[in-house]
Write a protein that binds this ligand. Sequence first.
Ligand SMILES: [Zn+2]
Ligand SMILES: [Zn+2]
Length: 382
Amino acid sequence: MALPLLANVPGLAAPDELERLGDEIAALSAKVDVSLARLLRLIREFDDRRGWRNGFRSCADWLAWRVGLDQSAARERVRVARALAGLPRFAEALERGELSYAKVRALTRVATRETEARLLALGRTVTAAQAERIVRGWPPNGREADRAESRRRHAARALHVYTDERGMVVIQGRLDPEGGAILLQALTAAQDALHRRKPRRGPLSLISPAEPNPVQQRADALVMMAESALHHEVDPGTPAERYHVIIQVDASGESTLGDGTHVSAETSERLSCDASRTWIRYDEHGVPVEMGRKTRTIPPALRRALLHRDQVCRFPGCERRFVQAHHIRHWAHGGPTVLSNLVLLCRYHHRAVHEEGCQITPHENGVLTFHRPDGQAVLEAP
Ligand SMILES: [Zn+2]
Ligand SMILES: [Zn+2]
């Protein structure tokens, strides 16, 4: 293609020439998307007919090998190809070059037969980045689906650490939204601390290495977090100090974390059980109508009393020392923040109580009975 090189130099090219260049980019991008639509159709057919079953574990594995895509891109291609089978309008819009692949990729993550038309209309009016944000805050259908999604996300958590051939330690992981929020908060805090510590620029800076770039700063922050964890013997501190979660609640009662990630009603109750937090409640027009800040933090004296009484997680047989205070009757349902309504639970059992249907029954003498989701009591000592 013979495009005039002059077009790269601002001020030298005629405006209509640049206009044409821009049009050509747009037209070609649409064509790439049209080809991609065809490619996805072929992938779907190949997958339906199990063409990859000649030594590969999945269609994505085969695709990664055959065309040199990286694993996650290959998986995403296969996912979109399968999703489009049930979403004919999206398939058509992509084929006609009306909706970019980036938007289709994002919106097919949540689209169903029922919401397809609505999401397609929306896709035409927003940018790809906005589509991504909408998808992250999209409430799954119904509370059961909500809980199931929350369980799936929690189950998908992982951290892989390995040493590569140059001796670099490579970290790759996936956290649920809540764990991710804590990590990001800690990284930001560590980055700020490193920044404050940085010496003033003096003559030495002439021979000192270059300023670390943002990703290097983040790496330094992670190492600093590790150092400080070891220094404090991995003491997570009180939950109220270590975590401040912003929860947004819309008019219909759906909750999202501050970054727009949707969380289930149960998760949002757990997060607010023992944490400094900010509540922002919106009306149906998206206007903030109510804001609460750190309203139900457990006072330090009460927390000390609670720690003295329970010491470790109270779930039978659990001795974990990283604990959170749980309101047996949640404060949102009128439960008071007093010793008799509080119990220490580790993160795992706190989640079990809020999200997995475990029950705690308090008795008059301070004894607690724990019940499994199926109603069976968990004995202190079997
Ligand atoms: Zn709780
Ligand atoms: Zn526990």
